[in-house]
Design a protein around this ligand. Structure first.
Ligand SMILES: Nc1ncnc2c1ncn2[C@@H]1O[C@H](COP(=O)(O)OP(=O)(O)O)[C@@H](O)[C@H]1O
Ligand SMILES: [Mg+2]
Length: 259
């Protein structure tokens, strides 16, 4: 439905360096061609949103980037190095952290044990130092640290999943639908943490079905439909794009006719 009219790459940041560059990436499930020639860039320090409806391929793209799903062609460069054939755990060591869809916290483990899991590749002393920083970022988790994670609310579990991802001290944070299943007020809370991370210099690729919250805060955004990137632009300008408005806000031609 959407046409690929605009340029697909972001204006260069001050440093001009993409931390992540995905080029002509393809992924299959058996013989189903799920991602088709995906090319995206995430500049160092930017928050880039990838929006698209259910089943568009957002999770598959994140899983391919983090190495949980094999790529069938194309390249994935992290800070200039092609990592497309690198095992997922080595990508973590190279600075990539993936906060998965549905949070995936270990419900029977304590909150702190879950957070520590994210630092499994790092030396003990660094883990202790990082824990302090994490609790500063997520004060709500401090009081819960010895509780079983399964007892947390959905919003707290989302915070926990982000906290766990941050324990590997990533250069690039991949977030898959952090707003999923959360009440609007809680979504706001989770997103204020994401904004703070961005302000502190984290580079973030944020996948969201919820374009209302993702686009306004994104420096750059992509729209994915049935495995292809069909639009790219600054978050705010995509919000104004009639085709995007129709697809994601139910405000298409009819509203522009009224304006
Ligand atoms: N393990 C799988 N095996 C086969 N098909 C899958 C698998 N996971 C996802 N798909 C299909 O791939 C497409 C993209 O799914 P997904 O990446 O989960 O989309 P999104 O995250 O945008 O909702 C969908 O058509 C989905 O049914
Ligand atoms: Mg998904």
């Amino acid at each position: 439905m959407l046409n690929n009219g605009s340029a697909l790459h972001p204006a260069r940041s001050a440093t001009g360096k993409p931390l992540l560059r995905v080029n002509e990436l393809n992924t299959f499930y058996g013989h189903i061609h799920c991602l088709r020639d995906i090319s995206i860039e995430v500049m160092e320090g930017a928050l880039v949103a990838l929006v698209g409806s259910n089943g568009a391929g957002k999770t598959t793209l994140l899983r391919t980037i983090s190495g949980l799903q094999p790529a069938a062609g194309g390249s994935i460069e992290l800070a200039g190095e092609n990592i497309v054939d690198m095992a997922a755990h080595r990508r973590v060591a190279h600075g990539m952290a993936h906060c998965p869809e549905g949070r995936r916290v270990f419900g029977e483990l304590s909150v702190e044990a879950n957070i520590r899991l994210g630092g499994y590749l790092r030396p003990r002393v660094e883990v202790e130092r990082e824990l302090e920083r994490i609790y500063d970022l997520f004060p709500a988790l401090v009081a819960k640290k010895v509780q079983a994670s399964g007892l947390l609310s959905g919003g707290q579990q989302q915070m926990l999943a982000i906290a766990r991802a941050l324990m590997s001290k990533p250069r690039l944070l991949l977030l898959d639908e952090p707003s999923m299943g959360l009440a609007p007020l809680i979504v706001e809370e989770v997103f204020s943490v994401i904004k703070r991370l961005r302000r502190e210099g984290m580079t973030i690729l944020l996948v969201e079905q919820n374009a209302h919250v993702a686009l306004p805060m994104a420096d750059w955004a992509y729209v994915i439909e049935t495995g292809r990137i069909v639009r790219a632009g600054e978050g705010e300008s995509l919000m104004q794009d009639p085709a995007v408005r129709e697809a994601y806000f139910g405000l298409g031609e009819s509203l522009s006719a009224l304006a």
